[in-house]
Design a protein. Structure first.
Length: 169
């Protein structure tokens, strides 16, 4: 297992970062969605572990035995998915190298966070849409809410998957 160094020494995740919109005349400018740290704080509490920030989306236990790829999405009003994430092969590989790995998805804010053990998430990748462009590939993780429940949308012919058991409460 490769050793990952923290972003800033051994910064334990405690700070907050909010997505914001600034309205100017008739246009709305969106700042990048950046509430990964808030999600990581909730995940750390849920797992009872202090998470160290390794990159924008990667967090781990101080000994690096547990890793979490934490992706975030704003809420989308149009289309089939309420939340959309790109999951990349290097993220899959990073989780596969860990003793314990999780794929986490912050849906609109840290309040709605899904935490899926990697061994349960990995088999779902085959049923997701992908993009292959300019030598880069990623999976489309699309989550929508239906009747107050979170559902993983998969490509045509694949069963949708309830994510309720993975929702952090």
């Amino acid at each position: 297992m490769r050793n990952l160094s923290p972003v800033s020494n051994t910064e334990i995740v405690r700070k907050t970062a909010l997505d914001s919109a600034v309205e100017t005349d008739s246009t709305v400018e969106l700042t990048p969605v950046a509430f990964n740290d808030e999600c990581a704080a909730r995940i750390g509490s849920s797992l009872n572990v202090n998470l160290v920030k390794r990159s924008r989306a990667l967090y781990s236990s101080p000994d690096d035995s547990l890793r979490v790829v934490c992706l975030v999405s704003k809420a989308y009003a149009k289309g089939k998915a309420d939340y959309w994430f790109g999951f990349h092969p290097h993220q899959r590989d990073t989780l596969a190298e860990a003793n314990t790995g999780y794929a986490a998805f912050g849906c609109g804010s840290s309040v709605l966070t899904v935490l899926i053990p990697f061994e349960k998430f990995l088999p779902l990748l085959d049923g997701m849409n992908t993009t292959n462009k300019d030598g880069r590939q990623y999976w489309h993780v699309q989550i929508f809410e239906e009747g107050g429940k979170l559902i993983l949308l998969r490509k045509k012919g694949q069963a949708q998957v309830s994510l309720e058991e993975f929702r952090i409460r």
